[in-house]
Design a protein around this ligand. Structure first.
Ligand code: FE2
Length: 426
């Protein structure tokens, strides 16, 4: 007897009428039209069953702090960093944990069951590190939280930066982070990349650096990160996040850079909601979009994922943990409006993001974890268009969240009462 049998599901790859058999928290079988005895059965009614959403880039130590101690008036990255600097001495571990746990509840409700969060290691007390390690422990039964040691003030620029970051790793933080474009000079930035890459190689850690998060066409840290990845044999273990300066770089230079990133097996994480908000702020008109070259990176064979980055914090006052909103913004800013492009944007918040985090057992295949989301949509394109309701969210075969199907009751003059939910009839 199976634990759970889902029938008549559509999968992201387009297969329809699929049954997913679940036993012991894992997918036992994925077959068209299978019927078998099960403790629980769920008819998907032809709707999309997708692996859960994954956010490969977030800042959980700052989330839900919007307005503390004041809002970001200029809306710039630099005022955001300054504001975070004002907030840090006021942070209390209990309040930080409470905010992070509240965000994790939002995430689960939206089918987001794995998050890679940077945690600021600049404060020598490592208060935020300890707090997020506690959050990681508490949410482990329902959400995979992976932490990145992130020296927000610059690992070389701030006193004790290297030591603080090493102590965060000693405490159990999973990934080595960095912020080379925030070091004092381009040369210091490059030196910080080398230092942090060697540290990660020595400790067998993954790497994820904020890289070239500016509009400076001459910022070159993704080049150094890729070259160091190649030199140290760390292909597949390194990610460059943001990479917004690539938007403004010279095309000839980019034609040389893209193959280097691809050959080095470096993943790139773009954060469309934040990049479109924070970049181009020094421009008059035309204003640059400031998002990295997503379709070109994908075409070059680079694993590209989309992250949320911020929700209601010093940098961004919007957001709800909805990775379909992230994909929706990504496809607009990158102009990825073909059917194939929209599907790639769906993969950027699911499979590609799971690859960045090195998640095991991810996907809808026999042997994978039974961790998936039933969406009120018939395919990935419709899911993004509608930012579809997450009807059911399962993790390892267990139901974690349910949202009623969205529908509007219409009371139109001269018409019979009707309901509508923006799904075009096939
Ligand atoms: Fe970030």
């Amino acid at each position: 007897m199976l634990d759970l049998l889902i029938t008549n599901a559509t999968l992201p790859d387009g297969r329809t009428g699929m049954s997913i058999a679940v036993q012991g928290g894992r997918i036992a079988e994925v077959t068209a039209g299978l019927d078998a005895p099960a403790h629980e059965k769920l008819d998907a009614q032809g709707l999309l069953l997708a692996p859960h959403f994954v956010d490969p880039h977030f800042h959980m130590d700052a989330t839900l702090s919007y307005g503390l101690p004041r809002v970001n008036e200029s809306g710039t990255l630099l005022e955001g960093i300054a504001l975070w600097g004002e907030l840090k001495p006021l942070l209390k571990a209990d309040a930080l944990i409470e905010r992070a746990l509240a965000y994790c509840d939002w995430a689960v409700a939206k089918g987001l069951l794995a998050v890679r969060s940077h945690v600021d290691t600049s404060d020598p007390s490592l208060l935020a590190v300890d707090a997020l390690l506690e959050v990681k422990r508490q949410v482990a039964p329902y959400l995979d939280l992976q932490l990145v040691a992130f020296p927000q003030d610059g690992v070389l620029r701030s006193a004790g930066g290297v030591d603080n970051l090493k102590r965060a790793l000693d405490k159990g933080v999973d990934v080595v982070g960095g912020i080379p474009h925030f070091e004092r000079t381009m040369a210091d930035g490059a030196a910080s990349v080398t230092l942090l890459m060697e540290l990660a190689a020595e400790r067998g850690k993954l790497v994820d650096m904020h890289c070239d998060e500016s509009d400076d066409p001459l910022s070159r840290h993704i080049e150094t990160l890729s070259a160091e990845t190649w030199r140290l044999g760390m292909q597949g273990r390194v990610t460059g996040s943001h990479c917004t300066s690539m938007h403004s770089m010279d095309n000839y230079y980019v034609s040389k850079l893209l193959p280097l990133i691809a050959q080095s097996g470096v993943s790139v994480v773009s954060n469309p909601l934040i990049n479109i908000t924070l970049q181009g702020r020094h421009d008059t008109y035309p204003k640059r979009r400031g998002m990295t070259r997503v379709p070109e990176l994908m075409a070059a064979g680079v694993n590209v994922a989309f992250g949320h980055d911020c929700v209601m914090d010093p940098w961004y006052g919007m957001g709800s943990g909805d990775m379909l909103e992230v994909a929706h913004m990504g496809l607009h800013v990158a102009q990825m409006t073909s059917q194939a492009g929209i599907r790639q944007c769906f993969e950027a918040v699911t499979a590609n993001a799971a690859r960045v985090m090195h998640l095991e057992g991810y996907g809808i295949e026999a042997g994978c974890d039974a961790s998936f989301v039933l969406l009120q949509a018939r395919d990935p394109v419709e899911a993004i268009r509608l930012r579809a309701s997450r009807l059911k969210v399962f993790r390892k075969g267990r139901l974690l969240a349910e949202t009623p199907a969205a529908t509007a009751a219409l009371h139109l003059p001269g018409r019979e009462q009707a309901t509508s939910w923006m799904i075009r009839k096939p």
